[in-house]
Write a new protein. Structure first.
Lengths: 292, 285
């Protein structure tokens, strides 16, 4: 009797684990089946090469490039903000900061990642953009720059926390050897600990890029809804995620080609983040225990 | 200037650069919160908390939004906690060595990186359309539950892993079965860590907007939801809606609603951090 109960419980627990696999399969199935309808109508070459995205206008074009350029532009700005700051913070916290200061600062920095993204969007639109307009002529109300910068601030803790973990995991003996040779903390960090922790730092950056690509509310609110193929950071752009929101807010008929465009956009987004995730997983598995 | 001195100076400069960078993020957060408080704090009153949405900003309130958020919080917790904790137990205690366990583990790493808006597309198809929940609380809560499941699973696993094997062995030695050991020994010992993860994941769910927009949650809902199958709106949706309107009055409303949302988020995170610290201090294996 006890044995049966044990087996039943194990089965139930396993079912719970299986839900996560079903979720992944569900996502893949839905993205493929819905965008299958889309790619029957729109040739994949047009989708990838047309520089106009106007599914909601009379003159319809289905080129993903404007959405892709918008997404990558904002992501690039965000990473330009978060990468230097995140890595400097990580080095500072692991090599310089006194332990009690570090223990206070780390949770405070993580608050940045806990603030809801809609709140960041509000911040970008109502504070950062008006402020930047004082210095940058021609900065439109909705623009890639503010959205990217604010997103960068949001992902600082992703890079700093994970990188700091990687730096802290470097064995003390390596540091001590470097100090023993007369190196300063800065030299030790640049020449010894950062190279030793490079795979972990790389993983943190890749994960941050994935997060930035998939971020929705900041760009929807602050970057605008104009799918233009441009790399001008002062202009309004539309990201893949913002487009999905735009269609979801309107009322587009289920089953129509317009409706299916959000799945075509979704699958593009999914493929990007899937790729980045697996690269980071691979790096983590391959280099993880190098120094243990 | 010799090179030793130069190195010393670089070292000191980097120290200051480090402090400045660390402060930068926190200062931005402070500027932002101050701005929001200046804009919105005066707007928060009883009328704001108890009024339905309105076309006139001064008459609009967040009653439907905060009740919707409360509903979503409760329902998501009910769906996600048992599933997440159960899956975490399975992976850590049963599936560690078998192939299924490895597959689920890789899969969870992947799911944790899937953008939230993609979960919206999944929820739209499965819960809204195939299961006919419509754009209801139920559909929203299920979608968010799937979204936060990986966080709960990972937290559960870490908490269980921190329980020393001596505890399990003692229990087995007394003749307890595997499940009895997990239920009476491992879970109570790991509960602090699990609870921390649960609260953090729920705080994430409370702040989500994108997946709910995709499943069709409305910004304008003129009534308070009474059953899980009712249509709904939540605080982030209301903030988004007000932010995208031109009138200044709605921007004030958005700021006021943001204060409420931030207070909620910070309380949840504060509880989680408090629990984590207490749990780490008390339990010294």
């Amino acid at each position: 009797m006890v044995r049966i109960k044990e087996k039943v419980i194990e089965g139930l627990l396993m079912t719970a684990g299986m839900i996560t696999i079903l979720t992944t399969l569900g996502i893949i199935w839905i993205l493929f089946s819905e965008s299958y309808g889309f790619f029957k109508e729109v040739h994949i070459v047009d989708f990838l090469s047309d520089t106009q995205w106007t599914p909601l206008f009379a003159q319809k074009h289905y080129g993903i490039l404007p959405l892709l350029s918008g997404t990558l532009l904002v992501t690039f700005i965000a990473i330009m903000v978060a990468l230097p700051l995140g890595i400097i913070i990580a080095i500072y916290l692991s090599e310089y900061a006194p332990a009690n200061f570090r223990n206070k600062v780390k949770p405070s920095l993580e608050i940045l990642a806990a603030v809801p993204t809609v709140v960041y969007g509000f911040f970008a639109l109502t504070v950062v953009t008006p402020f930047l307009q004082n210095f940058i002529p021609g900065l439109s109300t909705f623009n890639a720059l503010s959205a990217g910068m604010v997103m960068g601030i949001m992902i600082i803790p992703m890079i700093s926390s994970l990188s700091e973990d990687a730096l802290t995991a470097v064995p003390k003996s390596l540091r001590e050897a470097s100090y023993g040779m007369g190196a300063t903390r800065f030299q030790t960090a640049i020449k010894v600990t950062v190279p030793a922790a490079s795979s972990g730092i790389l993983v943190s950056v890749i994960l941050a890029i994935g997060r930035a690509i998939g971020e929705t509310m900041i760009v929807t609110i602050a970057a605008g809804q104009q799918p233009v193929f441009t790399f001008d950071i002062r202009q309004s752009v539309e990201t893949i995620t913002a487009y999905i929101v735009q269609v979801s807010l309107g009322d587009v008929q289920h089953g129509s080609l317009e409706y299916q465009t959000i799945y075509a956009a979704g699958i593009t987004l999914f493929l990007f983040t899937f790729l980045l995730n697996n690269i980071s997983y691979f790096i983590k598995k391959k280099y993880q225990e190098k120094y243990e | 200037m010799n090179s030793i001195r130069k190195n010393r100076i670089t070292d000191t400069l980097f120290n200051y650069l480090g402090i400045a960078s660390t402060m930068f993020g926190l200062i931005m957060l402070a500027i932002f919160i101050t701005n929001i408080l200046i804009d919105g704090i005066a707007r928060i009153d009883w009328q704001f908390l108890t009024s339905l949405p309105s076309r006139k900003p001064e008459r609009a309130g967040i009653l439907t939004a905060w009740t919707g958020t409360a509903w979503i919080l409760g329902l998501t917790a009910v769906f996600a906690i048992p599933l997440g904790v159960a899956a975490g137990i399975y992976l850590e205690e049963y599936g560690k060595k078998n192939k299924l366990g490895t597959i689920i583990e890789i899969n969870i790493t992947n799911l944790a990186g899937v953008p939230s808006i993609i979960y919206g597309l999944l929820g739209l198809e499965i819960f809204v359309r195939i299961l006919h929940f419509g754009a209801s609380l139920m559909a929203g809560a299920f979608t968010l539950a799937l979204l936060i499941l990986p966080i709960i699973i990972v937290a559960t696993r870490e908490a269980i892993r921190a329980v020393p094997s001596s505890l399990r062995e003692a229990s087995f030695g007394m003749g307890a079965t595997k499940w009895q050991t997990i239920w009476h020994q491992v879970l109570p010992a790991a509960s602090g860590g699990i609870l921390t993860g649960i609260i953090l994941s729920l705080s994430r769910a409370v702040g989500e907007t994108a997946p709910l927009i995709v499943i069709g949650a409305l910004a304008y809902v003129p009534f308070v939801a009474k059953t899980p199958l009712d249509e709904f709106t939540v605080l982030p949706m209301q903030i988004f809606n007000w932010t995208s309107r031109p009138q200044h009055g709605f921007i004030i409303n958005a700021a006021a609603a943001i204060i409420i949302l931030l207070v909620l988020t910070f309380i949840m995170n504060g509880i989680a951090i408090y629990l984590r610290n207490r749990w780490q201090k008390r339990v010294k294996w």
